[in-house]
Write a new protein. Structure first.
Length: 91
């Protein structure tokens, strides 16, 4: 079953965050998580939304409970509590 994650948060600086986000690809790949899109709010350039696909909800939850990911997000300049939606396909 396809599991999508929609993660939104505010960052200090988009370019700094994007560089750090791209550096996190090995961690995502190891978990089997694939990025489907990275978006900025049309009216707020430092509000970021990332859409990813995970093998299942358990993998998604494990990834976001990983202390290394939380530390990496702080270093990348995430300044708001991420809003994370885990969605399971009904098709």
């Amino acid at each position: 079953m396809e599991t999508l994650l929609i993660i939104s948060h505010e960052v200090k600086n988009f370019d700094t965050w994007k560089t750090a986000f791209e550096a996190g690809e090995p961690m995502r790949a190891e978990a089997g998580v694939k990025v489907r899109g990275v978006y900025r709010a049309a009216d707020q350039e430092n509000m970021v939304t990332v859409i990813t696909q995970a093998p299942n909800a358990e993998v998604a939850r494990a990834l976001f409970s990983n202390p290394a990911l939380k530390a990496d997000m702080e270093k990348a300049g995430v300044i708001s509590v991420p809003e994370i939606k885990i969605l399971a396909s009904v098709n």
